[in-house]
Ligand binder design. Structure first.
Ligand code: 2M8
Length: 523
């Protein structure tokens, strides 16, 4: 690892309550520090994840910029000869992770730069964003060293995405697994994956013997199963891994299988922003990007327009070219990319801050009136700190400062409300869910508390805490034991309660037992 010398910045002077919260966050980051890399959480996620490390570095830069630079650079350890940077680089720890090296067997097809084991898929390309943020905190010499060390691998990664994952030159990058989106059980991916539910899983569901599958799950030993994807969904995702493994992780083979292939809107939006940062980094390092790459970057930026339909952005099915019309928070990420025409911006901000996405705490990952919505279930309702960070950043660059302040204040209230660093939070009652001691929540809190406009964020947070924006009639709230939520500001117009839960886990488990062509076993 090249030396990226810098001095540790001063900790900001904070009021005592926030000081305590910051200390908790720093403690979480310390506890998850494995050396040059930080695991997302102590129990559920013991390895290194691509976009987690990027968000973590964005927080670490305020504590130790050199360590933050090392976190970003460490991702290159996992780079494949074809340029791909994998979504997980496995640490040499006693492995209890549910999708560990044995599921992937990448040693049969390739070797990572360091020889470390990895998965065979990638994740949202946040590296360039993290690099620029870390670079801001380094002195000129240290930044130059850091960029020089990172750039060749970073360029190869962007080339891999733009070339290998856009084989038909459509401008958009195609993903081969929902784990690549980072939003594992987000509705468009679950819709697309349902038809390939393994036959054995369908049979078990039909027989009503779901417990058999639940008992095989490792992840649900760490976190209540109802806060994660259903067993049918999880075993279907394992089946996709098996298909990818058999295809040698080569897109040309993968496209011949039946695994869902999506041009994911959030991933492509993050890539467009990352491309801008890559251009900036290359310019500063005096490196010229190839014409071919520059052309594809432009094509990608333009192609996001093809994901817009009447009032929202959606992901698209690579095979059929059809938009998958499930609304999710991912549809707002073109704001982060900076590709939304000005005349659309206010409409998107209005939608994002409406009671559908912001029933009481926002921005929810799925709207509260959506059949998929479950307030504490993973990427099907909860508020995620990293996504709100991206949205606030985009809003600010669009000059929507008030909205950005509101998002940041809301995140502050959520974390302060629990006093702990949860993986995600219920948009209905603000309770924390998923894993605890979660690194990117801690890191992005550290980042938020270092902002120069913190006093304004706090003022908005204080106002929001007394306002108690609440919607009534969301069945999900009752399911999750959220009855305690008061209804001072009831907005009955907010959600169409009748439909809520219609495609919730039970319904989908049942559907998995009915629908779809016969598929091989659960793998
Ligand atoms: C979650 O995904 C992993 C698979 O990649 C899992 O559930 O095992 C997602 O929230 C993903 O976005 C995140 O990077 C990862 C680690 O925090 O956990």
């Amino acid at each position: 690892m090249p030396a990226a010398t810098s001095t540790s910045p001063q900790a900001p002077t904070l009021p005592p309550d926030l000081q305590g919260l910051r200390e908790t966050a720093v403690e979480v980051l310390r506890g998850n520090d494995l050396g040059d890399v930080t695991r997302p959480s102590p129990t559920l996620y013991p390895h290194q994840w691509l976009w987690d490390s990027c968000f973590i570095a964005i927080g670490l830069r305020h504590l130790d910029p050199s360590r933050a630079a090392a976190e970003v650079l460490s991702l290159l350890r996992g780079q494949w000869p074809n340029g791909m940077i994998p979504h997980v680089i496995f640490a040499e720890v006693d492995d209890f992770y549910h999708a560990g090296p044995q599921r992937w067997r990448i040693d049969r097809v390739t070797r990572t730069a360091s020889g470390a084991q990895s998965t065979g898929i990638t994740q949202p390309p946040m590296i360039a964003e993290a690099a620029v943020r870390v670079g801001e905190m380094l002195g000129p010499k240290a930044r130059a060293d850091f960029y020089r060390a990172l750039l060749p691998g970073l360029i190869r990664f962007h080339e891999y995405l733009h070339f290998e994952r856009d084989p038909d030159d459509e401008g958009l990058v195609t993903l081969v697994h929902s784990w690549e989106s980072g939003m594992d059980n987000t509705p468009p991916w679950m819709e697309a994956t349902l038809p390939i539910t393994p036959r054995r899983v369908k049979v078990l569901k039909r027989l009503g013997t779901a417990e058999a599958l639940d008992a095989l799950r490792r992840d649900a030993k760490e976190v209540p199963a109802e806060e994660r994807l259903t067993s049918a969904e999880l075993f279907t995702l394992y089946r996709v891994v098996r298909e990818l493994r058999r295809s040698g992780y080569d897109f040309r083979n993968i496209r011949e299988t039946d695994v869902p292939l999506l041009q994911d809107v959030a991933f492509n939006a993050i890539l467009v922003r990352a491309d801008d940062h890559l251009v900036e980094i290359a310019a500063e390092a005096g490196v010229t990007l190839s014409k071919r790459l520059t052309r594809q970057m432009r094509r990608c930026r333009e192609a996001i327009e093809g994901l817009w339909s009447s009032s929202a952005y959606y992901s698209r099915d690579f095979r059929t070219g059809e938009l998958i019309r499930n609304e999710t928070v991912g549809g707002f990420l073109p704001l982060y990319a900076g590709v939304v025409p000005e005349e659309r911006v206010d409409g998107l901000v209005k939608a994002m801050t409406s009671p559908r996405y912001w029933p009481r705490f926002g921005v929810a990952s799925v709207p509260a009136d959506d059949p998929f919505f479950i307030p504490r279930c993973y990427w099907q309702g909860p508020v995620w700190v990293n996504i709100n960070w991206l949205l606030a950043d985009g809003l600010e660059r669009y000059g929507r400062r008030e909205a950005a302040l509101e998002l940041r204040a809301n995140v502050l209230n959520l974390i302060a409300g629990s006093g702990q660093m949860f993986e995600y939070y219920s948009p209905l009652d603000g309770s924390g869910a998923g894993s605890n001691s979660f690194s990117w929540t801690a890191a992005l809190l550290v980042d938020l508390l270092a902002r120069p406009d913190l006093a304004e964020i706090q003022a908005v947070a204080a106002r929001a805490a007394t306002e108690r924006r609440v919607v009534s009639g969301v069945p999900g709230a009752r399911r999750a034991g959220d009855d305690a939520v008061g209804a001072e500001t009831v907005r009955p117009d907010a959600v169409g309660a009748d439909t809520v839960g219609g495609r919730g886990p039970a319904a989908r488990e049942a559907a998995a037992g009915e629908a779809g062509p016969a598929a091989p076993d659960a793998g």
